[in-house]
Design a protein around this ligand. Structure first.
Ligand code: F6P
Length: 346
């Protein structure tokens, strides 16, 4: 078979591991040929490709980023974009297209599927919020980076008797914040799922000080919001998919905490460091399983579907299910976080 592959949206560690696994399984077991489209959907629209062979995908398992590069090019925004994609994919005589990406990328795959393109999706988002899968590769690596940062912030916060606010990625869901926050022993964790209660934040840092701990660590997802406006109070730009470019909630929180408590407060935004560098062993493993599963789907003739992790098993779901809603942090984890914090009455 001739199989196209692309990586769309924000990168994350493990993309290369998926590409390598799919190419190896396809070539070594089925004699497949691969065409790599550069920079996500842009490479399809502009017909910019690279060969994906055993040689070009060798030595990339441990490398962050993506040898195919990525972009947030939105086919929906380009007049005649879908027709152009169908034309280019047809020109390459592809039997299937494997798109690695989050909800934006998969929404394009779904639309192309409805136009007869044989698409298979691989779930990718550092935010870990794609519906229908228990995990996206890259998330574990990001949590490791964020947890190490939270660990490191403890000693500098303690040395200066400061409150340190650490902003992490998570536009619509607070998976990185809650996981790294709990793993790193943060005193306050703020996620998009729950409006910020600034009085409660200040109560928690004050409680610590009154009980002998003169420093506190606050972890905030970039998408966490103050309730007054009901919308992001930070960041104004939007990307080609219409998503707000958030950044600055950490700084806004730090200013508010310092103003209300009088405690010296600093903020740090981990930003894209969470998406860079080598993937963890867990992410290499998950990515490799997804790559192999994507080829299995193609050869089973199951198109318009996304490979996913359910419990410990790899399976697949319709692309439409993946983009139906955002997978947000559940009450169980929020209860764990609350369970570690002093009650208001204490
Ligand atoms: O969608 C994943 C994500 O990392 C979000 O957490 C963040 O808001 C956004 O991408 C950043 O996108 P970009 O790399 O395009 O600035």
């Amino acid at each position: 078979m001739r199989i196209g592959m692309l990586t769309g949206g924000g990168d994350c560690p493990g993309l290369n591991a998926v590409i390598r696994a799919a190419v190896r399984k396809g070539i070594l077991h089925h004699g497949d040929e691969f065409v790599g489209f550069m920079e996500g959907w842009r490479g399809v629209l502009d017909d910019v490709t690279m060969p994906l062979t055993l040689e070009t995908t060798s030595g990339i398992l441990h490398r962050g980023g993506t040898i195919l590069r990525s972009s947030r090019t939105n086919v929906k925004k380009i007049p005649g974009g879908f027709d152009k994609c169908v034309e280019v994919l047809g020109k390459h005589k592809l039997d299937a297209l494997i798109a690695l990406g989050g909800d934006d990328t998969q929404s394009i795959s779904l639309a192309l599927s409805e136009k007869g393109v044989k698409c298979v999706g691989v779930p990718k988002t550092i935010d870990n919020d794609l519906n229908g899968t228990d995990a996206c590769f890259g998330f574990d690596t990001a949590v490791g980076i964020a947890t190490e940062a939270v660990d490191r912030l403890h000693s500098t916060a303690e040395a200066h008797n400061r409150v340190m606010v650490c902003e992490v990625m998570g536009r619509d869901a607070g998976w990185i914040a809650i996981t790294a926050g709990i793993a790193g022993g943060a005193d306050v964790i703020l996620v998009p799922e729950v409006p910020i209660d600034i009085d409660e934040v200040c109560r928690l840092v004050k409680y610590r000080r009154e009980h002998g701990k003169k420093f506190s660590i606050v972890v905030a997802a970039e998408g966490a919001q103050f309730p007054e406006t009901g919308q992001a109070t930070h960041g104004t730009a939007v990307d080609s998919f219409g998503h707000a470019r958030l950044s600055g909630i950490g700084q806004a929180l730090a200013e508010e905490i310092e103003k209300r408590t009088g405690y010296e407060t600093r903020s740090v935004n981990l930003g894209h460091t969470q998406r860079g560098g080598t993937p963890s062993a867990y992410d290499r493993m998950l990515a490799t399983r997804y790559g192999v599963a994507a080829i299995d789907l193609v050869h089973a003739g199951k198109f318009g579907r996304l490979v996913v992790l359910k419990g410990t098993a790899i399976t697949d779901i319709p692309l439409a299910d993946a983009i139906a809603k955002t997978r947000t942090v559940g009450e169980d984890l929020l209860a764990v976080m609350k369970g570690l914090q002093p009650l208001a009455s204490s």
